[in-house]
Design a protein around this ligand. Structure first.
Ligand code: NAD
Length: 498
């Protein structure tokens, strides 16, 4: 773990970025210096924009929406831009992965894989741009014909978190663009680089000026102003449930903007005794450690049948100690650094709390000294009580709590015992068990004998306090449209006043 083989060098100095409004780069704002989570050295300098900058970006997005330079194109022309963007992303994959790693701390090989998924999102959205359609009714009588149109919502504000800065962006941007909307994006203040690089890609792909704008800065200032903005028609917010709630209040107190919310999760991973145990062990080790557990769909609650629980936990602990944790720029690394100091403290605080509350620490629970970064060993707690904080709160780190059950009813009840409903997974070779659990557990994404599988065809989103609406797939384009009913009368009118 202490032997670090870098395959890419750190930048010699921090790269300075501008922000992007109406097809032009701007600067001259105070800069936020971002240190690489894996190395502790400065990597980027990001503008702290003002609310006036945001207002100008919203005005540019409004003009670009109203002038029909994007919404007025055919689906085929919009698809052309999205496909060109996909091709450019393919060429620039390694460069984008590099900046993602430097700001986020995730392993380089993982980052490249994520960008492949981003490319697929652009290609998928291009297909939907061409096939998006409404409906018609010829059942309204001989003189009346009904059309149901899907129109773009308008100017979309897009607020994203730091855990998957580029992936989450690309699970939204191409689908929003496919609908004909225009965008003002605000990335997390600590991971803004790749959201800005996407502006270069889209410009190169031929996106008209003003359709995609990026304003950087803090959530408290810029994010809050977006949520309150009277000229943003829809806000797509991905982040914590607490901030999601504040966006609901801000929308209600401003212009009732439409909201898409993708929030937290405390996701159950349910294993029955008849499962392929070795596969399930591997999948849960991956599910809790991937992206250092800073993953909204991470498998953070293991719910395992009591008859196999001891064997399962022992095999799992053994696997968790073999995960290759290290320098995110090392090609061999599977798990990188914790993204922020604050998140590091939060995770360590939950580990301490788990011990205090009497859960049994099976493995992990410690920090690791690697380079100048922040690293935490994948951690397993057994004997976790359902009321303990580590059982109920989203930790957003590599900390797994294990619960035991005797019956399928009990497994479902434990799985649903949370305010969240983002994702869930069931492991069983019995089709009845798998189907019963997948229908009864309340979650927006469900995996049977697999974890985190998918593609841009599949919609993403949560039940309960995990959010509103869906992103990606056909659903992810429809989400950014609103329905208009057009009634067309023909023939002579039956007069009201005879
Ligand atoms: P966060 O809520 O603190 O921040 C998310 C974004 O909101 C950032 O861009 C931030 O600057 C901005 N923000 C902060 N305060 C704001 C305010 N008052 N008004 C408007 N915007 C504001 O979340 P985070 O710490 O960046 O990310 C972690 C959380 O995100 C976790 O809870 C995780 O589950 C959730 N998440 C959910 C999904 C999903 O798809 N459901 C995906 C990734 C992360």
């Amino acid at each position: 773990m202490d032997k670090i083989t870098k395959t890419a060098a750190l930048p010699e100095s921090a790269r300075e970025f501008g922000f992007y409004v109406d097809g032009a780069w701007r600067g001259g704002r105070p800069l936020f210096e971002r240190l690489s989570p894996g190395h502790g050295v400065p990597v980027t300098l990001i503008p702290k924009c003002t609310v006036e900058d945001l207002n100008e970006a919203v005005a540019a997005a409004r003009r670009a929406f109203e002038d029909r330079s994007w919404a007025g194109l055919s689906g085929a022309d919009r698809a052309g831009v999205l496909l060109r963007a996909a091709a450019i992303l393919r060429e620039r994959r390694d460069e984008i992965a590099y900046w993602e790693v430097l700001e986020n701390g995730k392993p380089i090989a993982q980052a490249r894989g994520e960008i492949e998924h981003c490319i697929a999102c652009f290609e998928m959205a291009a297909g939907v741009a061409r096939t998006l359609h409404g409906d018609s009714y010829n059942s309204l009588g001989d003189n009346l014909f009904g059309l149901v149109l899907r129109e773009p919502v308008g100017v979309v504000g897009l607020i994203t978190p730091w855990n998957f800065p580029f992936l989450l962006l690309c699970e939204r941007v191409p689908f929003i663009l496919a609908s004909g909307c225009t965008i003002v994006a605000k990335p997390s203040e600590v991971t803004s680089a790749t959201t800005l690089i996407l502006a270069e890609v889209l410009e190169q792909a031929g996106l008209p000026a003003g359709v995609y704008n990026v304003v950087t800065g803090s959530g408290r200032v810029i994010g809050q102003a977006m949520a309150e903005h009277p000229d943003i028609d829809m806000l797509s917010f991905t982040g914590s449930t607490a901030v999601g709630r504040s966006c609901v209040h801000a929308a209600a107190d401003s212009n009732f903007k439409k909201l898409g919310l993708e929030l937290g999760g405390k996701n159950p991973f349910i294993v029955f005794a008849d499962a392929n145990i070795d596969d399930a062990v591997d999948a849960v080790a991956f599910g809790i450690s991937f992206n250092t557990g800073q993953c909204c769909v991470s498998s953070s609650r293991l719910i395992v049948e009591r008859s196999i629980a001891a064997e399962f936990e022992q095999k799992l602990a053994e696997k968790m100690t073999r995960i290759r944790i290290g320098d995110p720029l090392d090609e061999e690394t599977q798990v990188g650094a914790i993204t922020t100091d604050a998140q590091n403290d939060t995770i360590l605080g939950f580990i301490a709390k788990g011990r205090e509350e009497g859960a049994t620490l099976v493995t992990g629970g410690t920090t690791l000294e690697i380079g100048g970064g922040r690293y935490i060993a994948p951690t397993l707690f057994s004997g976790v009580g359902r009321d303990m904080e580590i059982a109920r709160e989203e930790i957003f780190g590599p900390v797994l709590s294990s619960f035991h059950f005797d019956t399928i009813e009990e497994a479902i009840e434990i799985a649903n015992d949370t305010i969240y409903g983002l994702a869930a997974s069931v492991w069983s070779q019995n089709i009845e068990t798998a189907l019963t659990v997948s229908r009864r557990v309340r979650a927006g994404r469900f995996w049977v004998n697999t974890i985190m599988a998918g593609g841009p065809e599949m919609p993403l989103g949560g039940f309960k306090q995990s959010g509103w609406g869906r992103e990606a797939g056909v659903y992810g384009v429809e989400e950014y449209t609103q329905i208009k009913s057009v009634h067309i009368e023909f023939g002579n009118r039956a007069h009201w006043i005879k």
